[in-house]
Design a protein around this ligand. Structure first.
Ligand code: NAD
Ligand code: AKB
Length: 319
């Protein structure tokens, strides 16, 4: 029976993945590890919760030993926009933190899921139908560190036999926990502002197309990849997975079907615009489809309905 550790458990993905895994496996089998940021009550009440610092290996090792962990979902990271403000710290968390997790996994025979990102591609990559295996010359420290992470995970599998697996997530859209300082965060904020204020000022240009995905698909991808038959996996780490290609105007048009007086304005942030311009708008995810049966379930219409309904319900409850 599995015993799981989730790092970055207070983050956008970690808080929902912990909830999902606890429902599947039982609360006591899923240890949530946060870092500084206060955890919400349901995360504290539904199973074990501890603070770690993934740049200090002993804090990870102690939890793995105490709870006899066999699978680590390593989600602790510094995202793209925040990383550009302190590149050295981003490298420390994203690369040294991952190396620590891989070392603990090697010693204690754990499987490791580590998400990579569309950020591992750069301006010299084909940005439409981006192939699984292609040029990767990212221009952000986040992309450089996530690409290093892809290679480290491959290395630990090939050299030490650690069962490492991972996907390249697109920008993720969700309503339960806020995003953590990325370039794609606008795609979450636009829904909250639409419901609360019926207007949103976007920091990316109207026709900036990027790969995006709704959180339930992203959670399912992580869990299904970790359950996949290893003999069928040719890539193991860094599978492209895709769901939809969205721009600010495309999302706004869909929101306007539900909130007709919603308005969208622009105040472009050059830093995040440059980052977005260097990322793919539609990854080719055929390797993930062929090797472990990946397929997205949500399109823009279904996601927008759920986002608007849930954020409206949260607003009404908090009134
Ligand atoms: P997030 O910023 O919401 O959460 C990351 C968590 O890591 C935070 O809660 C933070 O407290 C924690 N953390 C930071 N420094 C730490 C340290 N030293 N020790 C331990 N924990 C620390 O990020 P997220 O969106 O949940 O992303 C999770 C993973 O998914 C990351 O690897 C990220 O690169 C990847 N990813 C996310 C997206 C997305 O759109 N959310 C897209 C592609 C890839
Ligand atoms: C970010 O914008 O930094 C993340 C990502 C796509 O990796 N959401």
């Amino acid at each position: 029976m599995k015993r799981v550790l989730v790092t970055g458990a207070v983050g956008q993905i970690g808080s929902e993945l912990t909830e999902r895994l606890r429902k599947m496996l039982g609360g006591h089998r899923v240890v949530a590890a946060g870092h500084i940021k206060k955890a919400r009550e349901n995360l504290l009440a539904s199973g074990p919760f501890h603070y770690i610092d993934c740049t200090r290996i002993e804090t990870i090792a102690e939890l793995v030993k105490t709870y006899r962990i066999d699978t680590i979902y390593h989600l602790a990271a510094i995202l793209s926009a925040t990383a550009e403000k302190n590149p050295q710290y981003a490298w420390k968390v994203n690369v040294e933190g991952l190396t620590n997790v891989l070392e603990v996994a090697r010693e204690h025979d754990c499987a490791v899921f580590t998400p990579s990102s569309i950020a591992t591609f750069g301006p010299s990559t084909p940005l439409t139908r981006t192939p699984q295996d292609t040029v990767q010359r990212p221009t952000t420290i986040y992309g450089v560190s996530k690409l290093t992470g892809e290679l480290l995970c491959d290395y630990y599998f090939n050299k030490y036999g650690v069962d490492t697996r991972g996907v390249r997530y697109p920008g993720l859209i969700s309503y339960k926990a806020p995003p953590g300082g990325g370039t794609t965060d606008y795609a979450v904020a636009i829904y909250f502002e639409a419901v609360r204020h019926k207007s949103y000022t976007c920091y990316l240009k109207p026709e900036t197309f990027l790969d995006m995905m709704y959180m339930p698909d992203a959670l399912r991808a992580a869990i299904e990849l970790m359950e996949a038959d290893p003999t069928k996996l040719k890539h193991r780490n860094a599978f492209n997975i895709a769901a939809m290609t969205l721009s600010p105007t495309k999302i706004a048009a869909e929101i306007q079907r539900l909130i007709p007086d919603f308005t969208l304005d622009f105040n472009i942030d050059p830093l995040r615009q440059a980052i977005a311009d260097s990322w793919p708008d539609s990854m080719d995810d055929s390797a993930a489809r062929e090797e472990w049966g990946w397929h997205p379930e949500y399109d823009l219409t279904a996601m927008t309905r759920e986002m608007v309904d849930n954020i409206s319900r949260m607003r009404d409850t908090n009134k």
